[in-house]
Structures are given as C-alpha cells and as structure tokens.
Design a binder for this molecule. Sequence first.
Ligand code: TRP
Ligand code: ZN
Length: 849
Amino acid sequence: MKDAAPTTVYLADYTPFGWQVEDVHLTFRLAPNATRVIARIHFARATETPEQTFFLHGEDLKLIRAAINGEEITPEVTDKGLTCDVPGGSFLWEAEVEIDPAANTALEGLYMSGGMYCTQCEAEGFRKITFYPDRPDVMATFTVRIESEMPVMLSNGNPKGAGEGWAEWHDPWPKPAYLFALVAGDLRNHPDKFTTKSGQKVDLNIWVRPGDEGKCAFGMQALKASMKWDEDVYGREYDLDVFNIVAVDDFNMGAMENKGLNIFNSSCVLASPETSTDANFERIEAIIAHEYFHNWTGNRITCRDWFQLCLKEGLTVYRDSQFTSDMRGPEVKRINDVIDLRGRQFPEDQGPLSHPVRPESFQEINNFYTATVYEKGAEVIGMLKRLVGDEAYAKALDLYFDRHDGDAATIEDWLKVFEDTTGRDLSQFKRWYSQSGTPRLSVSEDWADGTFTLTFEQHTPPTPGQETKKPQVLPIAVGLLNPNGDEVVPTTVLEMTEARQSFDFTGLSARPTASILREFSAPVVLDRKSSAEERAFLVAHDTDAFNRWDANNILARDCLMAMIRDGATPDTVWLDGLETVLRDETLAPDFRASMMGLPGQTELAQALHERGHTPDPDAIYDALQTLQQFRAERWADLLPKLAEEARVTATYDPGAEQVGKRALGNSVLSLLSRIDGGAAAQAQYDQADNMTLQLSALANLIRAGKAETALQAFYNQWQDDRLVMDKWFGLQISAAPPAEAIDRAKALTEHEKFELTNPNRFRAVFGALIGNHAGFHRADGTGYALLTDWLIRLDDKNPQTTARMCSAFQTWKRYDQSRQSLIRAQLERIKVKENLSRDVNEMVTRILS
Ligand code: TRP
Ligand code: ZN
C-alpha cells in the first residue's frame, strides 16, 4: 500500500547517493506467484559525498535473506525500503526477496501479461523487484541470470549463455535501474539484421505472442530506418550486438526504452494493413523511432534526477518528430503536432495541472509524464534550434554527446553546450524550463513611408504557484507578402526578448501582409486582430504551409463561434476561398485533407472560454454538425472530384503518398455520407480491404445511425484480435451522437470482452467517452459519474492509468456552475476513497485546488 500522508520531493533538495554501485548481479527464479530475486551488488563508498545512512528503496518485497560480505544481517525494513549499517570502503551486498508477478496489476515492476513475464521500471518500478538505490544517477553494469521453463528469456545487453531452463545476459553499458528489463515467455521472433556505419553487425528481433508474427514487418522496417537516420542525421551508432523489441498486451503507456530490450504496448508495434489504420502505422513508426533514439538521448546520457525528465523526453520527441518529417513530409507533420499541442498541452498549461517543463516538486513522478514535459519540452528544443541555427545546433549536439556520454545530466548541462558552442548567454532562454503557462503574444502593425513595423507584446497569465511571469525569449518567424501574394520578405526569425518590442521592415513599395509565427515557431497563443479578408488572403497565398493552414483554421473557428454564440449561418466567403484551395491539384492530398479539418469540440470550448463565454457542449456539437451538413451540400460538385483524386488503386502501402490520398478520401466521405444517406460509407465498408477504409466507413455509419449490421459484422470478423476489438469498443462511443454515448459506454463495460485491468481496453472505452465532448459533459452529470465509478474501481488495480485519466477533469472550471459542481462532487468522491493511491490523490488534489 502506498502511504496515506503524501511526501513532496523537491528539485532543490538534490543530494547524490553516498555509494557507487560497481556491478549488479541478479538471478531470477521465475514463478507466477513466488518469484525469487537474488541480488549480489558491489557498493563502494563515494568519499566525495556527504555522510549518510545506507538506504535502499524497496516496495512490496518479501525479504528472505540479506548479507553483507557474506554475513547475514537483519536490516530495518519499512514500506519504502531498508536501512542498515555498512562497512566503510567497498562491500558485497546480497539479498534474496520474493515477489508476486501474477498479482501485479499495477504493471510496474515485474508482472505478467498474457502468460508472459515482463517488467516496467521507469520511473520507480525497480524497487518492486529488489532493494536498490532506485534513482537515475546511480549507474551500474548488470549481469542477469533467468531461470524458468519459458522458452524465451531476455534481458538487457548481450546474451552471455543459455541452457535448459536458464539464460544469462550481460549489459556492458552502465545504466540506471529504470532501464532494467526482463522478459520471459512463449514468444516468436521476427528477425533481421543491421550493419552500423562502422561495420558492427546487430541482430534485430521483434518478439511477439504466437499468432502475431505477421504483424512485425512494418515495425522492423521502421526500426532499421530509425537506426540509419540516427547515424545520418545525428551521427549516432548502435552499441550492442542485439536489439530486441517485445510486444506486451498489458502496458501503461506506449513503449519503454530499456537498454537493448525495448518493451512496447502491442498497440504501438504490431501492424498489418487489415488490422491497423494509417494513423496506427504512422504512430508505430514514430514510437519505434522514439524508443530507439532514447539509446543515446536517455540511456547513454541519462537524467541526474526525475526533475530533468524533459532532458531525455523533450529531446527524444523532438528527434522523433524530425524523423517523421523526413519520412513523411514536414508540412502535415507540423500541422498535426500543433493540433496535438493545442489540444493536450495548452489545456494542461492553462489549468490547475500547469507545471514547468522542468517541474520543481512532485509527489508521484508518474504524474509528470505529461504533454508539457514531452511536447512543450520538444517545442523548447525547436526554439533553441531556430535561435542558434541548424549548424550551431548540430555542433552543440556533437558536443553534448561528446561531453556527457555516460553521464546523468541536467538541463544546465544541456544549455551549457549551446552556450559553449555559440557564445550566447541562455539565462533568459532558460525560463522556458522554469516558467509554466502559455505566453500570449499580441501584435499590432504600422505602415509609413515604405516601412512596415510589427510591435509585439508578450504576457503570460499566472499559473499555480507562479503569480508573476517574466518575459521569455520568443523566436517569431515572419514572412511578408506583397498585394499580389508574392513573398517580398522570406521567412526571418525575429528574436523577441522584451515584454514589448518592435521590428521594422524597410524599403517596401506597398503595404505587405504579414505571415506571423510561421511553422508555429514558438508555443504561444497568438492574438492577432486581423480581418477575415486578410486571413483569406493568407489561405490563398501564404508560402508557409503551417500558417496557410492556421489562417484557415482561425476562419473556421470564428465561423463556428459565430454560429454557436449568435446563431449565425456559415461563412460562405471563407468556404468559397477554401474551395479554391481544395480544387488546387498542385497541393498535396494530405495537405488538402488538413485544410478540410475543423477545430474540435474541446478546442472550441477553450476558444469560447478564452473570450469570456461559457461553453455549451451541445451548442458546440450542433454547430459542428450544421457546418458539416452545410459544407456537404455546398460542395456537392467538389466532393466527387476529390474522391476521384483520392482513389488508390495500388495494393495497400502505409507510405506517405497513399496515406495522403486516403486522408483526403476520408475527409470527403465524412461529408458525402451526410448527403447520400450513407450509401458511400456502406459501399466503402463492404469493399474495404484495409482498416483505414473499413474504420472510417464504420465511423460514418455510426454517426448516421446506420451501423447495426456493420458493427455486428465487424465484431464477427475481428473478435479474436484484441487490438481491433479496442477500436470496436472505442469507435461506438467516440462516433456516437452525444445523447447515446454514455449508454453505449455503460453497455460496453458489461460486454464480456471488457477488461478493467487491460489499460488499452479501459482507455478504449473511457478515452472514447472523454473524447465525446458533448456526451461526456451531458448536463445531468451522468458522464462524470460513470467515469468516476470506474476510476474508483481501477485505482485499486492500476493507480498509474487511473491517475492519467483523471486529467479528463482538468478543464472543469471552463464550464457552467452546474457542471462545475457536478464535477467537483465527483472529484471529492474520489478523494475520500479508501486507500486512494498516491498517484490519484495528487492529481485530484491539484485539479481541485
Ligand atoms: N520513457 C518512456 C518513453 O517516453 C515512457 C514511460 C515512462 C513509460 N514511464 C512509463 C512507459 C511507464 C510505460 C510505463 O518512451
Ligand atoms: Zn520517451
């Protein structure tokens, strides 16, 4: 049990551990309910560190025996770990503990999933395996012996030997305990090879449960592409003889970068055209790259303490987004990343859970694997690169790898390599790591005597624990277009450092139109009072794809807000301008699909709230439906033409070209199915030979209320495929009309295939319910109550996943008084639950504060 009185950990309290771990030798005697773990560890007093009591973390461990230098001892054991007297200098620590992996539903430490043993140690799970200084700045080489009847037994590093019922592994790279991994099971592999640029041969394997062998080829391609890309772009080579990936069905997050043995949520590695959508393929490719890239940014250079989490996560997200840009094209990737940032990070940064990219305190570190640490952390690196330029960025990274290889590093170390390569002072830039909240940037324009002046003002509203904010360094990418739409000033990065600052552009013959914050060059909210004509001009002419998309997005948002607030009719000037863009065959299909997109319901709720209106979820939903219906009718000629362009005749391929066409086709279908009685959706469903088309057809049939037969057929076809069944569970709720969402969700929790303890299935249902904005926020509060019932149930089994899902309530202050009190009542109900986990307690307390 976790402790009732939560303790807070502070960045400022960092002290190094008083001993060095020279090596770790672990023996695992695997048994579902009584696994024995025998540890032999050499410690040596680190003389430069302050005097301290010898303390090893340990939770849920049954201590069988402990010895120092071969002599049995009786340490003092609490629910957090143990202390004992130790000799000065170096000594051998031995401990044997018993653990119960079959009973471990928290999926942290050693646990069982579908009959196999596996581990998850980040952030603080290793302490559930054996007593150890479980902190990232303690690094050691590990030798692991596994004893079990399982045919496949894996751990980190290189294989050392194997025989009947045992296998040994040795990892020569010193690592923190959070990168430890072990897997044992009846697994099949999909093997391949890679030769590094210096000629080292590496055996690659993707390990899966029998039956999933046919879903590995794409992941393997993605892995090889990632290995090559990291050599080409960052000069980083792989450093072991083998690289193993294992797919696991029960997993709290996407995947984990354990040294040489990445463990993946099966949803983030298994792929086939029949069972995976284009979006799944792209996500799998990105996550495989992400975990592989961690080998350098995370493993070879790790974090000194968990406050530095963004050091590895922000950088690795940045690297995987560069990879995806290179593989699939930068334009739509950037648009999608910004949609994601605004949809997940902005609400976090502007609500009760707001925290800096580098937090300064926490109760439960698992609660800080957030969009802020990951996505805003990546944005901060993008800004740094924009400010110093590509060449200096490459030099700084070389220095970083050179200087800090083998280190447990800090954000200060990271910024120092940039200061040392560029001679810049980054002390102001560092505020991006310590100041929470989303800066608001407003801009005004002046035109006189051939000079165009942009005056910017920045201001960051207060966030929890930070009343006042200082100005931040903002790279503002700007381009100017002349009245014909030609670019007269190509993209220039303005460097704003003051609260208010002006920039002049001289020698212009006519007043230009400015394209501001190109490529979304800084993670801010841009307040720009600009006319609809000006935005339409940018939609027609901007050479920056992101801003072209964003200008359209703002027109769409304004149109929808006018419909919601004043009952206005859709803006036909905007729609006709957009139609011209959609008819432009020189534009890539995926870009045109993005241009057809509309702001989501949560984004509209946020936009209304920001302008002082209380969002009404039903009105938002209705406006979106009305607008889609209107567009479908108005574009009745355009749609068949686009559908024709979107047609793919070749065999399915998850590469960018076909994906772009299918994206366009699916955007068209969602309009077409509103005016053809669902005929096109039904035809697409019947003919689909891949999941992308099958699922989008099904979504449209559900929305049209014509999916009963298709849903049953889908179930019959896919009932034995867990990942496809997750889609079946989720889509019925996410695509349902709001009035039906809660009943559907409730019914699905009673379905025989619903599994409380499988995070993918739980998220399929409740993630979909939360995502059905008007459904979840039904005025009578039944959505809140249903989610809460199940969060309370899940907390006893899996605190991590429960805590993450509490963020569904983080935006509660946006809504009307009645909804607010309904949500508050549910949060308070969670708070008083018996044995509430530390994870959920912290989340609920912060959300309520
Ligand atoms: N480090 C992992 C990544 O970003 C994510 C991670 C952290 C994780 N904690 C976890 C994954 C717990 C699974 C379970 O790739
Ligand atoms: Zn990561």
